[in-house]
Each structure stands twice: as structure tokens, then as C-alpha cells.
Design a protein around this ligand. Structure first.
Ligand SMILES: Cc1ncc(C[n+]2csc(CCOP(=O)(O)OP(=O)(O)O)c2C)c(N)n1
Length: 513
């Protein structure tokens, strides 16, 4: 038995049985150990951004910890953006990053780099295995760290000689430290405050699906407060029958209007609301001046317990629920206004939607409210290129559920190789690429920043044309069947068709504007 064997044994003994991977020479003993343990599902992703995004999608849908296998500092660096998103989502990931053997590090070998530096900026736990005999204990602590605070990023650096050296046996992750909880007196005070006019309960993280979301709905019903979720929540239970939750807005003015009348916010699993960007002359935060915040249960604390304690304090009530509503059949060009109805009408029950449609998805929320029940995964960290990888991970974690990946064409190009993983793993994913042939949001943002007149350089940074991307050819090249639609009614029909077809399908939705 070597260090790598004890690592895989420890992951499995600790309940981590899925590894999204992009290996290299320094990880070959780890690969051999994974190979010797068929209970570990290994999923090859052809770029590290695909690896880390898939781990995020897997963790969001399974509630468990995903493992990744990354190749030294450059491999980790390639996966950084989606680890940033994952850390904002508050999910548990154990990254195993290979490094050169200790004796090799005194030389300037090509792949030598600052793994601690790049990993430290996005991990809440980083450790370098000192030798083969420490690997099992290190791995066990990495899993516990990934489970701490409800989900964190832990990175274990595995030097090649720690992997290949002789070691004793596997370990098992200890229980993570208990989640922090607010004081009962603080819960009682928050419950009182929620009964007053202008009160809002702002919930995120694990508070937006499952039993905690039901509790959040009960609290709103019992107190009459508003129940608010971030615009970009990690996992939001939605559709008919789900507790009614209002979602913040993206556009600054719309977000200010949304918070109109809010005098006091109780934050559970959520940070203080903030606008996505700063703009000259516009506020950073959306609530009216003088509104107060109670950070009752910060992200990483015990959200489920806090919501249950608030229910006890405010008394029983039935949540207000979204009514079932089927939008009118959309017709004509595919625009942000018709996308919502097309998606909502074609949505199979219990779909997992991954939304990175950017401007094409801006009006999705109202249409989804009365749609069949679903889970919605959003871009929590603002780094684009999460949609296709998250769809991979969500589909691996939730077999039997259809995954609908809604992506802008610009965003899809960041991590396009994920299509190949969908095809290889036969994942039931419908990918809709909203082809508006540009970075449309950046054009809108330029105007938001007060610049309305721009020339060739800016234009060429906003258009993705000349040449146009051929989405059907790109899908075909990754082994994914595809179709192209140009009207909202054809989009609805195509999503319905793809949903009934096993394996992945890509739909190129040509946008009119
Ligand atoms: C990692 C990263 N790089 C760049 C950006 C800036 N950015 C935000 S949206 C966007 C373009 C999105 O284009 P697309 O997906 O086609 O959606 P559209 O705006 O056209 O609706 C870019 C480049 C970002 N948010 N994250």
C-alpha cells in the first residue's frame, strides 16, 4: 500500500465517492489507486474549469463533498474561477493537487509553481502532505474541512513521493465541528422584529431548498414579513408548490425599487444585500437609507437550526406557495421576453436548471414561478463559464432528473469541453445556447456606466462575430446531437423533445435581440 492508496481509501471510507479529474504525470500513482478502487466514480473533464465547476454542481445537488484531481499550480489555476463560484456557493470540495516529489522541488522544473499561493486564495483549508504516512490523516482532515461550515473548499497538495511511498492504511474523516448557532435570545429578538412593518427575512445557502425553505415560508406566513432570496442563489427550490420567495434584482434601480419600504432585515445564511457592481452616482447597497440589518445566522452557520428555531418562536403557519400557472404559448422571435414562457412551458417535472443565460435569462424568474417544480442553480460568484460544468456535476449527482443548462453563447465558450463529458457519461442534459453573437450584457453595462458612444475597439470586444460560432458544428465535434431554432415556439418544442431523449442535446436558440 502506498500514500495514494491510503488517500483513495480514506476518501471512500469518508463517503466521498466521485472524483472529477484532469490528471498529469505527478498524479499517476493517485490515478493507479483510483483505478484499483472501482467504487470511486472518476469523471474526466477536458479542462480544469470543467473539473471544478462539475464538482460544484455535484456538491450543490448531492449535498455531499466532491473530489477533484488537478495537476500542479497551472492545473489548479485553470480551475480557479469555478472554485471561486463554488466557495461563494458554500459547497464542500476536496481538491487533490499533485506536485513534484520533494527532492525535485529544489530544481526549476517546468511545472513547479506556487500551489499554496493559488490554492490559498480560494480554499479555506490547504495542506501539503509531508510524506506518505501522513496522507491518510491529511485526507481525512481535508474531508472534515470540506464539510465544515456547511461546505468549504479544502485543498490537499500531494507530492508525487508522498503518493508513491509506502504507507500503513486508510483513515476516516472525523465529524466536522458543529455549526455555530445564534443565541436563543437573539432568535427571540429577531422573531419579534420580523413581526414589525417593513421587516424582511433574507435567506440564502441551504435555507432555500428542502425543509429549511419550508420553515422560511412558515416564518413569512406567521409574521407577515417579506421573504427574500439573492438574485444568484446556490440552489433555489422553485415552481408550483414551492414556498413563495421574492428574488432580488440585477439592475441597480430595479433592486432599489425591490427593497422599497424595507426597514429591517434579518439575515439567515445570507450576507448583507449588495448590488453586483458599483456605478458612478449609484448606491452600492439596495435598501433604503436607515434600514437596519440583523446578521442573525451568517453564511456557514446552522441555517436549518436557525430557521426551525424562528418557526418555534413565531408559531405555526402554512407557507404561502407558488400557484401553478402555465404562461401563454410564446410566438415569434426568441427574445428575453419570450424565453421565460418557452422554458416554463416545456419544463419537465423536477428539472435541475443551471442558469447562465445572462441577458437572455433576465426575465426568466416570473415565468418559472408557476412552472413545474424544479431546482435552480445560479452563478453565485459572477465568474462566467460555470453553466456547462455545473450541468455535468448536477447530472452525475441527480440521475433520473433532467438537467437544463441555459447559457449565453459567450459564457458557453469558456468551458465548452464539458459537452464532451456530457456525451461520454451519457448525461441527461439539455443545453440551450442563447446565440446573440455577442457579450450583450457588456453593451448594457457600458450604457449603465454612462458611456453611450463607443467605437471599433469596444465594438470588437462586445461582438462575438466575424466569424460566427457554428454551434451545431461545435456540438457535433463534441459528440452531442443538436438542433437550431429561431422562434419561441420552436424553442419550446425543441426543449420538450430533448427532455424526452436520453443523453445530452444542444439547442442553438438564435436570438432576435
Ligand atoms: C471569468 C469572467 N470573465 C469575464 C467576465 C465578464 N463578463 C460578464 S458577462 C460576459 C459576457 C457574457 O456573454 P454571454 O454569455 O453571451 O451573455 P449575454 O451577455 O450575451 O447575454 C463577460 C465577458 C466575467 N463575469 N467572468
Amino acid at each position: 500500500m502506498n500514500g495514494a492508496d491510503t488517500l483513495v481509501g480514506t476518501l471512500l471510507a469518508s463517503g466521498v465517492d466521485t472524483c472529477f479529474a484532469n490528471p498529469g504525470t505527478s498524479e499517476m500513482h493517485f490515478v493507479a489507486a483510483l483505478d484499483a478502487n472501482p467504487d470511486m466514480r472518476c469523471v474526466l473533464c477536458l479542462f480544469e474549469g470543467g473539473v471544478t465547476g462539475a464538482a460544484d454542481g455535484y456538491a450543490r445537488m448531492s449535498g455531499g463533498v466532491a473530489a477533484t484531481l488537478l495537476h500542479l499550480a497551472p492545473g489548479f489555476g485553470n480551475g480557479h474561477a469555478n472554485l471561486h463560484n463554488a466557495s461563494k456557493a458554500g459547497v464542500g470540495i476536496v481538491n487533490v493537487v499533485g506536485d513534484h516529489a520533494q527532492r525535485h522541488l529544489r530544481y526549476e522544473a517546468p511545472l513547479k509553481g506556487d500551489i499554496e499561493g493559488v490554492a490559498g486564495s480560494v480554499s479555506s483549508w490547504v495542506r501539503r502532505a509531508a510524506g506518505p504516512e501522513s496522507v491518510a490523516r491529511d485526507a481525512a482532515e481535508a474531508v472534515a474541512a470540506a464539510r465544515s461550515g456547511g461546505g468549504r473548499i479544502a485543498t490537499l497538495i500531494l507530492p508525487a513521493d508522498a503518493a508513491w511511498g509506502a504507507a500503513e492504511g486508510a483513515a476516516k474523516a472525523p465529524a466536522p465541528p458543529p455549526l455555530l448557532r445564534p443565541d436563543p435570545a437573539q432568535v427571540a429578538a429577531a422573531a419579534d422584529a420580523l413581526r414589525r412593518p417593513g421587516a424582511a427575512l433574507v435567506v440564502s445557502g441551504p435555507g432555500l431548498h428542502g425543509a429549511p425553505a419550508e420553515d422560511a415560508g412558515r416564518i413569512a406566513a406567521a409574521t407577515g414579513c417579506r421573504l427574500i432570496a439573492p438574485f444568484f442563489a446556490p440552489r433555489l427550490r422553485g415552481g408550483a408548490g414551492a414556498p413563495a420567495v421574492e428574488r432580488m434584482q440585477y439592475v441597480v434601480e430595479e433592486n432599489s425599487a425591490f427593497f422599497d419600504g424595507v426597514a429591517h432585515m434579518v439575515l439567515v445564511g445570507a450576507d448583507r444585500p449588495v448590488n453586483f457592481f458599483a456605478y458612478p452616482g449609484k448606491p452600492s447597497t439596495p435598501e433604503p437609507p436607515g434600514a437596519t440589518h440583523d446578521p442573525l445566522c451568517p453564511p456557514g452557520w446552522d441555517v436549518a437550526w436557525t430557521l426551525a428555531a424562528l418557526v418555534d418562536a413565531v408559531g405555526p403557519a402554512e407557507p404561502r406557495r407558488n400557484a401553478s400557472a402555465r404562461p401563454e404559448a410564446p410566438t415569434g422571435p426568441i427574445t428575453p421576453q419570450t424565453v421565460g414562457a418557452a422554458v416554463a412551458r416545456a419544463l419537465p417535472d423536477e428539472t435541475v436548471i443551471v442558469n447562465e443565460a445572462v441577458t437572455a435569462g433576465l426575465t426568466l424568474a416570473p415565468a418559472l414561478r408557476g412552472a413545474p417544480p424544479h431546482d435552480l442553480l445560479s452563478n453565485t460568484g459572477g465568474a462566467i463559464g460555470m453553466c456547462l460544468p455545473l450541468a455535468v456535476g448536477a447530472a452525475v449527482a441527480a440521475p433520473g432528473r433532467r438537467v437544463l443548462a441555459l447559457t449565453g453563447d459567450g459564457s458557453a465558450m469558456y468551458t465548452l469541453q464539458s459537452l464532451w463529458t456530457m456525451a461520454r457519461e451519457r448525461l441527461d442534459v439539455t443545453v440551450v445556447v442563447f446565440a446573440n453573437r455577442g457579450y450583450r450584457i457588456l453593451r448594457l453595462e457600458m450604457a449603465n456606466l454612462g458611456v453611450t458612444d463607443y467605437g471599433r475597439n469596444a465594438q470588437r470586444m462586445f461582438d462575438v462575430e466575424d466569424p460566427s460560432l457554428d454551434w451545431q458544428a461545435l456540438a457535433c465535434g463534441h459528440g452531442v446531437p443538436s438542433e437550431r431554432v429561431e422562434t419561441a415556439e420552436a424553442l419550446e418544442a425543441a426543449i420538450a423533445r430533448a427532455s424526452a431523449t436520453p443523453g445530452p442535446t444542444l439547442i442553438e436558440a438564435v436570438m432576435a435581440s
